[in-house]
Design a protein around this ligand. Structure first.
Ligand code: FE2
Length: 596
C-alpha cells in the first residue's frame, strides 16, 4: 500500500512516501527548486518520491494533506474580522491567495496527481506534527508535546499516544503562540522570520537574560504551562508585514538594523566583515543590548517549554516524550527538557517543523485511519535523492573536470584525513540527502575541530555567517561521553539529528574549540556505524590519526541557499567558495580545478 503525504502553502513544502507502513522517501521541495523554504505545491518532491517508489501518481492508494485548509481559512477570516479595519490588508491578501489555490487542495491534488477524491485525506496540523514524532519513534507509548507558530487554530498541544492511537488532550489557540512570540523577537533582532530563529538561539549565550521581566509583560505563563500573549504588543494577527508594534519597541527600544553586522565584545570582530570600524567598541556595546534580549527570549522560551513538559509528564506519568513543531527544533530547550524534567527519553524527528507534517500526515492515515500496525522507526535522516557513481562520473566527464577516483575506500579515507589535518575544508557529498534542515554527513562541509581558528576559516572560505553562530561537532556514538555531558549518549535519538545542545566536558573544550560555543556547549551529532557507515569510518580514521574522533560539520550550501542536492550543485558551490577539496562519492576534485 502506497501513501503519499504532502505539506505545503505555509513554510517548508515537502512530500513523503510510505509503502506498507515503511517510509521509503521524503524530501523538502526547496532542494529541487533551489528556493529556500519553498512553500509551493511540492511537485518536484512528489515526483522524486514516486521515482523512488517506481510508481505513477494515479497508482497511489492515498494522498494525505497535513492540515485542514477550511479550518485554517476560518481562523484567518475570523481573526481578521476581530481586528478590522487594521487587518484589511491581511484580509484582502488572504482572499486572493486562498480563493486561488489554498482552499481547493483536494481539487488541486486530484488535478495534479490524477487521484480520485475518495482517496484524498486530510489530517490536522498538530496531529500531523504529533504523528510525525510518535509514529517515527521506537516508543510503544509516550507523552506528546507539539509547539509551533500556528496550525489551523492550534499553536501548541499536549497529549498521549499508545500503539496506533494519539489523543491530543489540551491545546493553546491562536493568537497565543510561543512560536510567534519567538518569531517576533527574531524579526526585532534583525533576522528573517522562519529562518533566523537559529541565529537568535546562537546569539543568546553572548548575552545575559536581564530582560526576562520585560518578556513576561508579553506572555503570561500558568503553572500548567498554558500561556497567553498580551496582544497589545503584537501585530502579527492583523498585519502582513510586522509581527510586533510600537508598544513592543517602547519596551525594548528600536529594533536592530537587519543590514548591520552583528558582533559583541565577546564574539570579536571577524576578519570577513572587512575593516574594523572606528566606533567598534560603541557598536559592540549597542549589540550587547540585543544579545541580552536574545538571551532573555531564549530563557523564557525554555521556561515555557519546561513547564509544558513538566505538566504533560504529570498528566500522563509516562517516561517517554515525543515532540514536534518548529519550536521542537530549539535544540537548547530540548537539551534542558532532557536534563531538567523526569522524562528519560525524547524523540524528535529531524524535520520537526512543517515539512515534517508530510510524514506525519501519511503515518496518521496508515495507523489512525486505516488501523494498520506500526512497523517503522526513523533511525536516520537519509531519505532524499541519491546520485550514484555513474551520474557523478558523467557530470565530471561532460564538463571536462579533472578528478581522481578512489576504488579503495581506505585510501580515500586516509587522503581526506590528511587533508583535514592540514587545515583543508572539505565538501563531503555521499548517498541520499538528509531530511530536515540539518546536514548529517551526506551533504556536509567538514573541517578539523581542534583548531581554534577553524571557525573563522570556514566562515571566510564558505559561509560568511554571523560570528556568533556555532558549528556543530559530529562524534562517533561510542565516544560521545568522553567529550559531552550526555550520559548513555547512544540511546538518544535527537542527538543523531543534532537536536540536543549539551555541555562540552570542561577538559575537552580546548581540544575541540572550533565546535565549542561561547558558553561551553555543543550541538552534537552522534554518528552510528549502522546508519552512516562511510561517515562513521571517516571520523573513526580521523580519530585514529589525531586521538579526537570528532569533525566539524556544517551544511553543504552557500549562505542563504538550500543545501545542495546534485553533483552539479555541489560542484558549483565548491567553485563559488573557498572550499579546498570536493569529495563526490569516491571521486575527488582538488583546487585549483584542472581540466581533463
Ligand atoms: Fe506547524
Amino acid at each position: 500500500m502506497d501513501i503519499l503525504g504532502i505539506s505545503c502553502y505555509f513554510h517548508d513544502a515537502a512530500a513523503a512516501l510510505l509503502r506498507d507502513g515503511q517510509l521509503i522517501a521524503a524530501a523538502e521541495e526547496e532542494r529541487f527548486t533551489r528556493k529556500k523554504h519553498d512553500y509551493e505545491f511540492p511537485q518536484h518532491a512528489i515526483d522524486f518520491c514516486l521515482r523512488i517508489g517506481g510508481i505513477r501518481s494515479a497508482e497511489l492508494d492515498y494522498v494525505v494533506f497535513f492540515e485542514k485548509p477550511f479550518i485554517k481559512f476560518e481562523r484567518l477570516v475570523l481573526s481578521s474580522m476581530q481586528t478590522f479595519p487594521r487587518s484589511h490588508k491581511v484580509f484582502r491578501e488572504a482572499m486572493i491567495t486562498w480563493f486561488g489555490d489554498k482552499l481547493w487542495i483536494k481539487h488541486l491534488i486530484q488535478k495534479r496527481l490524477g487521484v480520485p477524491p475518495s482517496r484524498i485525506l486530510f489530517s490536522e496540523h498538530h496531529l500531523s506534527h504529533a504523528a510525525s514524532a510518535f509514529f517515527c519513534s521506537p516508543f510503544e507509548e509516550a507523552a506528546i508535546l507539539t509547539v509551533d507558530g500556528v496550525g489551523e487554530w492550534t499553536t501548541a498541544s499536549l497529549g498521549i499516544a499508545k500503539g496506533t492511537e494519539i489523543k491530543l488532550l489540551k491545546e493553546i489557540r491562536f493568537p497565543h503562540s510561543l512560536g510567534l512570540l519567538y518569531s517576533a523577537f527574531t524579526a526585532f533582532l534583525g533576522f528573517e522570520v522562519n529562518e533566523g530563529e537559529y541565529k537568535v538561539m546562537g546569539m543568546a549565550p553572548f548575552g545575559t537574560p536581564r530582560y526576562i521581566d520585560k518578556v513576561y509583560k508579553l506572555i503570561r505563563l500558568g503553572d500548567d504551562g498554558s500561556f497567553e500573549l498580551n496582544m497589545d504588543y503584537f501585530s502579527f494577527h492583523h498585519s502582513t508585514e510586522k509581527t510586533f508594534n510600537g508598544k513592543f519597541e517602547d519596551l525594548f527600544g528600536p529594533p536592530r538594523d537587519p543590514k548591520a553586522h552583528f558582533f559583541t565584545p565577546a564574539s570579536g570582530y571577524p576578519s570577513y566583515f572587512g575593516e574594523k570600524p572606528g566606533n567598534f567598541a560603541d557598536v559592540g556595546k549597542q549589540n550587547q543590548h540585543y544579545a541580552d534580549i536574545a538571551a532573555s527570549i531564549q530563557a523564557v522560551t525554555e521556561e515555557v517549554m519546561l513547564k509544558m513538559a513538566q505538566y504533560v509528564y504529570k498528566e500522563t506519568g509516562l517516561k517517554m516524550l515525543c515532540m514536534a513543531g518548529g519550536v521542537a527544533l530549539n535544540s537548547v530547550a530540548n537539551g534542558k527538557i532532557l536534563r531538567e524534567t523526569p522524562f528519560e527519553e525524547l524523540y524528535v524527528q529531524p524535520s520537526a517543523g512543517d515539512g515534517g507534517g508530510a510524514i506525519g500526515a501519511a503515518l496518521y492515515a496508515y495507523h489512525m485511519v486505516l488501523g494498520k500496525p506500526r512497523q517503522f522507526i526513523m533511525e536516520h535522516a537519509y531519505w532524499g535523492e541519491e546520485h550514484g557513481p555513474g551520474e557523478i562520473e558523467r557530470f565530471l566527464e561532460d564538463n571536462g573536470i579533472r578528478y581522481q577516483r578512489f576504488d579503495d575506500e581506505e585510501k580515500l579515507m586516509d587522503r581526506v584525513v590528511d587533508w583535514l589535518q592540514e587545515g583543508k575544508v572539505i565538501g563531503w557529498f555521499q548517498g541520499r540527502f538528509e531530511w530536515g534542515p540539518r546536514a548529517l554527513g551526506n551533504r556536509s562541509i567538514l573541517a578539523d575541530p581542534r583548531r581554534a581558528d577553524m571557525k573563522d576559516l570556514v566562515n571566510v572560505k564558505i559561509k560568511f555567517r554571523e560570528p556568533f553562530r556555532p558549528f556543530a561537532p559530529s562524534v562517533l556514538a561510542e565516544r560521545v561521553e568522553e567529550y559531552f555531558a550526555l550520559p548513555e549518549a547512544t540511546r538518544h535519538y535527537p542527538a543523531r539529528f543534532m537536536l540536543y545542545v549539551v555541555d562540552v566536558e570542561e577538559d575537552k573544550r580546548d581540544i575541540i574549540p572550533a565546535v565549542t560555543h561561547v558558553d561551553g556547549t555543543g550541538r552534537l551529532q552522534t554518528v552510528r556505524k549502522e546508519q552512516s557507515r562511510k561517515y562513521y569510518r571517516l571520523i573513526e580514521r580521523f580519530g585514529q590519526a589525531t586521538g579526537v574522533p570528532v569533525l566539524l560539520n556544517t551544511s553543504f550550501n552557500l549562505k542563504g541557499e538550500p543545501i545542495v542536492n546534485t553533483p552539479k550543485e555541489a560542484f558549483h558551490t565548491f567553485t563559488q567558495s573557498g572550499m579546498d577539496i570536493l569529495v563526490l562519492g569516491d571521486y575527488v576534485i582538488e583546487k585549483p580545478i584542472g581540466s581533463n
